[in-house]
Ligand binder design. Structure first.
Ligand code: GUN
Length: 167
């Protein structure tokens, strides 16, 4: 078995709707009551949650967005490129990895409401990262991109949108 498969087994990772595999590793016991949260949060939320997220080079993390900032932490494997499109249509990307002397970053924060996805930089490889959010994650705050809608909104980014959407 290769190391990605071993990690999926050892860390008990399950398929994520955006692609890749994940396991929640932390969910705070503290809860923020809905009326203390911005209007876009429909219901109460934990203070914070964190996951392991593993992506292989054969797969991709499809464009999605959430209501809160997401902190990515590099753990091991190949470097991974995070692609993001701001609400006003600016595309940018960063590479998360351990070669911080060559433009890689151990951590990156994807701002709330940005569309974002990810690709592993090397072939025949995988990346294991951590993703932490506050308020805590809830699939009610998660929107997976629809290719047609995203292309209509950002026709200038046709190539990357076509690459990082499932349908
Ligand atoms: N829990 C389930 N999915 C996710 C995700 O995509 N990000 C974070 N931070 N937590 C999750």
């Amino acid at each position: 078995m290769n190391r990605a498969d071993l990690l999926i087994q050892e860390l008990n990772l399950a398929p994520h709707p955006e692609g890749g595999y994940f396991k929640e590793t932390y969910r705070s016991s503290g809860i923020i009551i809905n009326h203390n949260l911005p209007i876009e949060f429909k219901g109460n939320r934990c203070y914070s949650t964190s996951i392991y997220f593993l992506l292989t080079s054969e797969d991709f993390s499809a464009f999605h967005k959430i209501n809160q900032d997401e902190v990515w932490h590099f753990h091991e494997g190949a470097s991974i490129r995070i692609h993001q499109i701001s609400p006003d249509g600016i595309y940018s990307s960063v590479v998360l990895g351990n070669d911080v002397l060559h433009n890689q970053q151990f951590q990156h924060v994807v701002p709330a409401n940005y569309w974002f996805g990810a690709t592993v930089e090397n072939s025949n490889s995988y990346t294991l990262v951590g993703c932490t959010v506050s308020p805590g994650f809830d699939f009610k705050d998660f929107t997976l991109a629809n290719r047609k809608d995203l292309l209509q909104e950002f026709p200038q980014h046709t190539h990357i949108i076509t690459k990082l959407t499932k349908a």
